[in-house]
Design a protein around this ligand. Structure first.
Ligand SMILES: [Zn+2]
Length: 489
């Protein structure tokens, strides 16, 4: 972790300049020791665990968006429910006017408690559902969302990519799932001490109103729901990454495609760190009574069958890739690199490979510097660009989805439990050399046939053994009738 600070003269929060000295778990909780040089005398300086984003910051930001949104963007703001302490749980509906119907969406039982009219219906447009702050302390999730909201709501009319996105999708967004926890400064729970992200299996509209609202909304959208993303923050694992569900092989390639694209659209996101394991769908975390089966990503998938259902996590402090080596300019240096310019070591850079169109592009990155608010917002914009890519709608930097999918399929096979099978290894090698594919496939067909015969032989031997055992038992029973009768009694 790396705390932030702000004095009365500063307009923004900034990371402290020195790495923290120590982190210790004590009886009272986590104790952090850090060094800070005060810049002015007699000034009040505030310190915080991460960049703050409060309940009122969020209300002000939504007011600002509502005021600034250009007339060609459809923006509807509604209260989907009230929290247990009577705070608004807001729902935004954002799209273009393409496909807009005269009629409104229906109300959903126990939801939309105000007189406000419901959002308009849209014809033939898939819906993207996004939520944040179920864990109230996870502010980076809000900054990712803000980046996405700025991209969608404050576009220039010449931004064809953004218009493409709004013409093809409707975004339904709940920016704060746990407004009471946010208001009270809780880290992970609501005022009742509940981790709300464990109640998606059977949420109650009284006990867990926001969770009930998300689930009912997802079920109401039914086949129209295209994607669900729940935004979080992470304290231990570096970088920004996704937890996705674990399904069968074909669906898994599709599930991995969106995060893969996100890694290509935002250098602050790391595909290599994503986790799509079955284990992670049902795991229990330290201190949690309930498993992740009750979390948003798994719960919404189970309720609706939506394939693209993700938890997006950002580290509170630091990413994995720094800026591109070529990008560095003298004047930008202080912004992207907190240390002294002379401390920067170009030897620290690492190379990552990207598939752009049909080519593999190599980019040298410096070691990561701590995340700024802009870095989180860039991930939000990356979500938008990746949605375009996923649907071949990106008019600026189109990606070759076929090559990407083949690449993902080959990589997934490498991780499969049967990956050590020699014939399969041959197939995997053949994927890069199509001339060998035919031969490799022939071998795998032969292998399947051989396995089938082996298993038939095995079954035959087992059957014969069983017949001998059965015969022995019958003989013994006939010979010792009295004993058998006594035993029955
Ligand atoms: Zn979380």
């Amino acid at each position: 972790m790396l705390p932030v600070y702000r004095n009365t003269q500063m307009s923004h929060w900034r990371r402290i300049k020195h790495p923290i000295v120590s982190l210790e778990t004590t009886d009272k909780g986590l104790e952090v020791t850090f060094k800070h040089t005060f810049e002015t005398n007699n000034d009040i300086v505030f310190f915080a665990f991460t960049y703050p984003w409060s309940y009122s910051d969020n209300l002000e930001f939504l007011d600002y968006l509502h005021e600034k949104v250009p007339p060609f963007v459809y923006f509807h703001r509604d209260t989907i429910a009230f929290s247990r302490e009577n705070r608004k749980i807001e729902l935004l509906t954002i799209s273009s006017y393409k496909g807009l119907c005269e009629s409104e969406e229906k109300t959903i039982p126990n939801l939309f408690p105000t007189e406000n009219p419901r959002a308009k219906r849209f014809e033939n447009k898939p819906y993207v559902l996004i939520t944040a702050r179920v864990h109230p302390g996870e502010n980076p999730g809000s900054f990712v969302l803000n980046g996405l909201l700025k991209y969608l709501c404050l576009p220039k009319s010449t931004d064809f990519n953004c218009m493409n996105l709004l013409d093809n999708f409707v975004f339904v967004i709940i920016p704060m799932l746990n407004p009471d926890g946010v208001y009270k400064g809780h880290y992970r729970t609501d005022p009742q001490g509940l981790n709300l992200n464990r109640f998606y299996v059977n949420p109650s509209h009284i006990e867990h109103p926001s969770i009930y609202a998300v689930k009912e909304l997802a079920i109401y959208l039914d086949k129209r729901l295209y994607m669900y993303v729940d935004l979080h923050a992470h304290a231990s694992k570096k970088g920004c990454f996704i937890f996705g569900n674990s399904l069968d092989y074909k669906n898994q390639v599709d599930i991995c495609l969106f995060p893969k694209l996100l890694g290509m659209n935002s250098r602050n996101f790391d595909y290599e760190n994503c986790d799509f394991s079955q284990k992670n769908m049902f795991a229990k975390e330290k201190g949690d009574e309930f498993s992740k089966e009750g979390c948003g990503r798994v719960g919404i998938y189970k309720a609706t069958g939506v394939l693209y259902s993700y938890t997006l996590e950002c580290n509170y402090n630091i990413g994995i890739h720094g800026p591109e080596v070529d990008e560095i300019e003298e004047k930008k240096l202080q912004e992207v690199w907190l240390g002294n310019k002379n401390d920067m070591n170009l030897e620290d850079s690492r190379t990552l490979e990207f598939i752009m169109g049909n080519e593999i592009k190599k980019i040298d990155y410096l070691e990561a510097s701590p995340y700024t608010i802009e870095a989180y917002e860039d991930i939000g914009k990356g979500i938008c660009l990746s949605l375009l890519d996923l649907n071949d709608l990106n008019c600026e930097v189109p990606k070759n989805l076929r090559i990407l999918k083949m690449n993902l399929a080959a990589n997934l096979l490498k991780k499969a439990p049967f990956r050590f099978e020699p014939a399969l290894r041959k197939i995997m090698r053949a994927l890069t050399n199509p001339n060998e594919m035919k031969k490799a496939l022939k071998e795998i067909v032969g292998l399947i046939e051989k396995n089938r015969k082996n298993s038939e032989n095995k079954q035959k031997v087992e059957k014969e053994k069983l017949a001998i055992v059965a015969k022995n038992i019958t003989n013994n029973a006939n010979g010792g009738g009295l004993k058998a009768a006594q035993m029955k009694m």
